[in-house]
Design a protein around this ligand. Structure first.
Ligand SMILES: *[C@@H]1O[C@H](CO)[C@@H](O)[C@H](O)[C@H]1NC(C)=O
Ligand SMILES: *[C@@H]1O[C@H](CO)[C@@H](O)[C@H](O)[C@H]1NC(C)=O
Ligand SMILES: *[C@@H]1O[C@H](CO)[C@@H](O)[C@H](O)[C@H]1NC(C)=O
Ligand SMILES: *[C@@H]1O[C@H](CO)[C@@H](O)[C@H](O)[C@H]1NC(C)=O
Ligand SMILES: *[C@@H]1O[C@H](CO)[C@@H](O)[C@H](O)[C@H]1NC(C)=O
Ligand SMILES: *[C@@H]1O[C@H](CO)[C@@H](O)[C@H](O)[C@H]1NC(C)=O
Ligand SMILES: *[C@@H]1O[C@H](CO)[C@@H](O)[C@H](O)[C@H]1NC(C)=O
Length: 281
């Protein structure tokens, strides 16, 4: 581990192996951020940059940057890398800005010394660059919920790299029992950025005897899990319950009407009797 490299933002880890004369490293960078391609001068004698030629090449031997006897030299730099690099002379590292997925690969850095007999390679460092992008927080979208069709929902997440491993939805009902539901993960890749977007669509049968559920969507990648916000869904009352309630209300109205009728007819009878009584006596 080179502590100078791990301290840089945008670099997740740097590992060092020593293979004969070349040093091999691995580095990881976030999409659209800066990758650091180290070139530590550890083996040579105590020589300053002004006596050396330091340059970086990609796997197609295109030059990213050249530092020639203490000065930046642009003529050999490939157009693809113009204005995308910055050299850090204190740490002997090259920053490659605006990293894209297609920048993944191996980069070689060479440290050469000019002598009267020609140039001698003092050290070579190979760095394997991998690029990652965090998926967006998954979002749940609920389509119409009905007792007959159940709960139809879609969960989606955008612009991550590499491909995620799984995506699923957790449904918790009011009795706190949780069920996991998963479906076919639809993966699409942006043809410009090469980032992935994923979604799943589920149709979940309506749970019996509950009136609301809480849903949570989880996206798993090789290194992490990303959770959506909790989403509450209130379930509509069933038609059966509604109709039962309607018939109860009808029953009560009929009973009330009947009682009123009986009371009224009793009162009417009472009045008739009162009117008839004086005639009898
Ligand atoms: C890359 O980063 C810049 C700002 O640093 C931002 O404006 C741009 O939208 C980003 N591009 C992508 C594809 O994320
Ligand atoms: C390397 O050179 C610098 C000056 O050029 C000097 O200060 C330093 O002590 C030297 N280090 C070693 C290990 O020789
Ligand atoms: C990516 O996610 C990790 C944790 O999941 C976080 O530490 C890191 O800062 C995020 N990076 C970016 C560029 O959003
Ligand atoms: C829910 O999905 C099922 C199966 O995909 C479909 O038959 C039904 O019509 C959908 N319901 C709604 C309200 O979209
Ligand atoms: C969803 O339900 C609303 C009323 O609750 C209705 O207006 C709308 O047409 C329904 N949409 C679909 C696609 O069934
Ligand atoms: C369900 O769990 C939550 C916390 O996990 C708790 O606050 C709540 O009382 C529980 N509900 C029931 C019905 O057990
Ligand atoms: C990307 O895909 C869209 C359609 O999905 C297409 O219209 C466009 O030409 C493609 N762009 C490139 C650069 O391939």
């Amino acid at each position: 581990m080179d502590p100078r490299c791990t301290m840089k933002s945008g670099v997740l880890f740097v590992m060092v192996f020593t293979l004969a004369d070349a040093v091999s490293m691995k580095t990881q960078a976030y999409f659209n951020r800066t990758a650091y391609l180290p070139c530590p001068f550890t083996k040579g004698p105590n020589i300053s940059l002004s006596e050396l030629v330091v340059f970086w090449q990609d796997q197609k031997k295109l030059v990213l940057y050249e530092h020639y006897l203490g000065k930046e030299k642009l003529d050999s730099v490939n157009a693809k890398y113009r204005a995308r690099t910055s050299f850090d002379g204190d740490n002997w590292a090259l920053g490659l800005h605006n990293v894209q997925i297609k920048d993944m690969g191996t980069y070689d850095c060479f440290i050469q010394r000019k002598t009267s007999k020609g140039s001698v390679i003092l050290q070579q460092t190979d760095t394997e660059l991998s690029v990652i992008a965090n998926f967006s927080k998954p979002e749940i979208e609920v389509q119409n919920v009905t007792r007959n069709s159940g709960i139809n929902l879609t969960c989606s997440s955008k612009q991550g790299y590499p491909k995620p491993t799984t995506m699923y939805i957790l449904i918790t009902n009011s009795t706190n029992s949780t069920h996991e539901h998963s479906g076919d993960m639809q993966i699409s890749q942006d043809n410009v950025t090469e980032l992935f977007s994923v979604s799943i669509s589920l149709s979940i049968p309506f749970p019996d005897g509950v009136c609301n559920v809480t849903t949570l969507c989880v996206l798993e990648t090789e290194s992490t899990k990303i959770y959506s916000r909790l989403h509450n869904i209130d379930l509509p009352e069933s038609r059966f319950v509604q109709e039962e309630r309607k018939s109860w209300i009808a029953c009560i109205i009929i009973i009330v009407l009947l009682i009123t009728g009986i009371v009224l007819s009793y009162l009417v009878k009472l009045c008739w009797r009162k009117q008839e009584q004086p005639g009898i006596s």
